[in-house]
Design a protein. Structure first.
Length: 280
């Protein structure tokens, strides 16, 4: 999970902080026909600068605001009122007042429509409403453009009409059919170890122990985490599901001492996340 940083010509992991030079040659065949793909904030910034050479382009993201005072300096420049194009991640949409912004573009809205995270659509809707709030504040009307390959998607149409109740009801219906929260309750048992087999062995034994305590509990896994390796450690997880929150809590209270006494627990770092907001 390395991200290309063109300015520093580096590959950098945003999770563990490791970095290395961005090699232009394939490490296997040594071919120099290696091309970086994707459209992150740096590439969008470069494209806009080439398309509008006479307008200042400011990129506001985790990397450009790393140095102390850099964000304050950029915000102060924006408030001067000169023409400027802002490029940024979610942090740009949250908590800042830009009264002169009248046009906002949201790139790759499809990420929120088609994701392995069942909460992605909900978060996309929240972000889109926040982004729309950046355009046309004060006395000036605003416009929001959304990039999507699914212009007929009903969720987007609800949001475009500012019909958040219908948006929410549609998502709730989908979750009810799939037996996802808030209609069921989840607990995620995570384990990580320098050895992949150690994490999987611990979770498999935990699943067997869970079945002895409460046979009716649904357990999914164990499986490698979506981000299987981070900072040199292999990561895996086991998901538990129950229709009653109280019974799930009681079961977890009974399971914890059992896990602590398992020999395989000494070879891993493990944790239980109740109502997990992230699945990685």
């Amino acid at each position: 999970h390395m991200t290309v940083h063109h300015g520093q010509q580096q590959l950098r992991c945003h999770h563990c902080g490791s970095q290395r030079p961005a090699n232009r040659r394939c490490p296997d065949c040594n071919s120099d026909s290696l091309h970086f793909m994707g459209a992150g904030t740096e590439r969008v910034e470069d494209s806009l600068a080439a398309r509008f050479p006479n307008i200042r382009v400011l990129r506001i993201d985790r990397d450009s605001t790393r140095r102390k005072g850099s964000l304050d300096n950029m915000l102060a420049e924006i408030q001067l009122g000169a023409p400027v194009i802002l490029v940024g991640t979610q942090m740009l949409a949250k908590g800042h007042h830009f009264p002169n912004v009248t046009l906002v573009g949201m790139l790759d809205a499809d990420y929120g429509l088609f994701s392995s995270d069942f909460r992605a659509s909900e978060r996309m809707g929240q972000l889109l409403l926040q982004v729309a709030g950046r355009a046309g504040r004060a006395e000036r009307p605003g416009e929001v453009l959304i990039q999507t390959h699914q212009p007929d998607n009903p969720l987007l149409h609800f949001l475009l009409r500012h019909d958040y109740p219908s948006f929410a009801q549609t998502l709730l219906k989908e979750r009810a059919e799939a037996q996802l929260p808030p209609y069921t309750h989840l607990a995620l048992l995570r384990a990580e170890s320098p050895q992949a087999e150690a994490a999987m062995q611990f979770l498999q034994q935990a699943k067997q122990q869970a079945a002895l305590i409460q046979p009716g509990l649904l357990a999914f896994g164990p499986l490698p985490a979506p981000m299987e390796r981070r900072a040199g450690r292999f990561r895996a997880q086991l998901l538990f599901q129950h229709h009653q929150r109280g019974e799930l809590q009681q079961w977890l209270a009974s399971l914890m001492p059992q896990l602590e006494n398992m020999k395989s627990a000494r070879k891993v770092r493990w944790s239980i996340d109740v109502d997990p907001m992230e699945m990685y």
